[in-house]
Write a protein that binds this ligand. Structure first.
Ligand SMILES: [Zn+2]
Length: 129
């Protein structure tokens, strides 16, 4: 096996020149366009993500504002709550006006569930027990 000798700067320069001869300008142009396309695609996706995040943040802020202001009551004073009894025997319900969800952990859960202006019909037949 011949002993490898390090390439001299002259040999390296020669190799570089030889390599440049074999660069296909059409292929090189195609490669550049492909890279530019990918870069634009990345930028577009980043921009979309930022825009979607901004929209979602604003939507959540608006929903929070509405839920905090909502009395969960219709104009006639009755509660506009809809839900059902779950397998644990407890009710889960939402306000039809603001979308606020009420689970047994919610501080107003018992007050709303047992309020005389909360229609028993809204919870289906299960509430009639
Ligand atoms: Zn509400």
């Amino acid at each position: 096996m011949p002993k490898e000798t390090p390439l001299t700067p002259e040999t390296l320069e020669l190799l570089k020149q030889m390599k440049s001869i074999f660069v296909d300008p059409v292929e090189e142009e195609r490669r550049k366009e492909e890279l530019e396309l990918r870069a634009r695609d990345r930028e577009q996706k980043k921009s979309d993500r930022e825009r979607n995040h901004k929209i979602e943040t604003e939507r959540q802020a608006a929903q929070k504002f509405v839920q905090e202001a909502c009395t969960h009551q219709r104009e006639n004073g009755s509660y506009d709550l809809h839900g059902q009894k779950c397998c644990d025997g407890k009710y889960r319900f939402v306000c039809a006006l603001c979308g606020c969800q009420f689970t047994p952990e919610h501080p107003d859960y018992n007050k709303l569930l047992n309020h005389p202006r909360t229609s028993k019909n809204l919870f289906g037949n299960a509430r009639q027990e």
